[in-house]
Design a binder for this molecule. Structure first.
Ligand code: AFP
Ligand code: FBP
Length: 341
């Protein structure tokens, strides 16, 4: 990555002057990025901040709407994002992977034109072992005439997103953002406390030899996925004619950040364990924002059977199978599905 002296604030002002964001959307992105800085500080403190481990009392873990045990940092990150975004006047409502239903902005604050969805701390199984985690967010327009949005108002396809991003809390804290005109990366200057533009216009390499998937699920996959990965594993002697490497962090933000940076394919496919739910990853909080970022970087994203961004959401917490990354590799995976269906 190449460094610049352009802060996120300056970048957004320039985007506004170019007519690509309006003042309300600019404020929204600034507020989310500030919340990410606070989460980054909490994540960085780890055991010193008393933030590791499960949330809950008396040895009883909190279980969220996804049926997963919440970590203390899941709860804290959710609170940071809710609190930061409630009062600014840029939002009509919010929805979080950690909450059962969406929330309209309280009556005591002005309401804006946007809806914000987020996964406050993705990959939280990594927190206690000091491995990268992240925040993912997606921005939609509040439908015309709606002042107090309900869940139904959030059920828009990914093509309707006006902005999306993630922040990865790793060796560096990096914010990756799109407002529909390319995908850009900003690195947190911890001393100055500001995000600095480090890559303008990220481009996913088209040629790849790397994939990210949880291989321990192999026996539960559908036939097309078995065939696709089977051929990758045959390496230079197989039909793909080259050796592939594999990486799996179990934090979608970190895995997709690697793929945005150096190419490859990320997948969480349908398997017999998650088939009843439709997949493992959440469309609105994970798949759609990451797909928007990947497409804006010249990559592709699919369920294996259709373009991710064109999926009609049936519920706020809908799950989907996911294939995203270098376009040629996503096309190859989709090809195996077409051949088997
Ligand atoms: P958590 O946020 O509950 O840890 O889930 C993370 C995640 O949704 C996604 O970021 C990972 O790619 C995936 O789960 C990892 O799933 P496995 O544990 O099945 O590998
Ligand atoms: P680098 O320091 O060159 O990145 O190598 C790291 C390493 O020695 C181990 O930390 C890691 O477990 C292993 O290589 C990964 O090897 P592979 O690339 O074969 O999965």
């Amino acid at each position: 990555m190449t460094s610049s002296n352009i802060s996120l604030t300056q970048f957004l002002i320039e985007e506004q002057r170019a007519g690509r964001v309006n003042p309300q959307l600019r404020l929204l992105i600034e507020v989310v990025s500030r919340a990410c800085k606070r989460i980054s500080i909490a994540v960085g403190k780890g055991a010193l901040g008393g933030v590791l481990g499960d949330a809950g009392e008396g040895g009883q873990a909190n279980i969220n709407v996804q049926g997963e045990a919440q970590k203390k940092l899941d709860v804290l990150s959710n609170e940071i994002l809710l609190e930061a975004n409630a009062w600014g006047g840029h939002l009509a409502g919010l929805a979080s992977e950690e909450m059962d239903t969406s929330q309209p902005i309280p009556d005591k604050y002005p309401r804006g034109n946007y809806l914000l969805l987020f996964d406050p701390l993705d990959g939280s199984s990594n927190i206690d072992v000091n491995v990268s985690v992240g925040t993912i967010f997606s921005v939609l327009r509040c439908p015309e005439g709606v002042t107090s949005p309900t869940d139904a108002d959030f059920l828009q396809p990914g093509t309707a997103q006006v902005a999306a991003g993630y922040c990865v809390y790793g060796p560096q804290t990096t914010l990756v953002l799109t407002v529909g005109h390319g995908t850009h990366a900003f690195t947190l200057d911890r001393e100055a406390g500001s995000f600095v533009l480090t890559t303008r216009g990220m481009t996913i390499p088209q040629e790849t030899r790397e994939f990210a998937v949880n291989m321990s699920n192999q026996r539960f996959w559908e036939a097309p996925m078995q065939a696709y990965i089977g051929d990758l594993l045959k390496g230079s002697e197989g039909p793909r004619g080259k050796d592939f490497n594999m990486r799996w962090i179990a934090s979608m933000v970190a895995d997709v950040h690697r793929i945005l940076t150096r190419g490859g394919l990320f997948s969480y496919p349908l398997d017999s364990k998650c088939a009843a739910k439709g997949g493992k990853l959440r469309l609105m909080y994970e798949a759609n924002p990451m797909s928007f970022l990947v497409e804006q970087a010249g990559g592709a994203a699919s369920t294996g059977r259709m373009r991710m961004l064109e999926v009609t959401p049936s519920g706020l917490h809908m799950r989907v199978p996911v294939f995203m990354g270098s376009k040629a590799e996503v096309d190859a995976a989709v090809g195996y599905h077409q051949a088997h269906d």
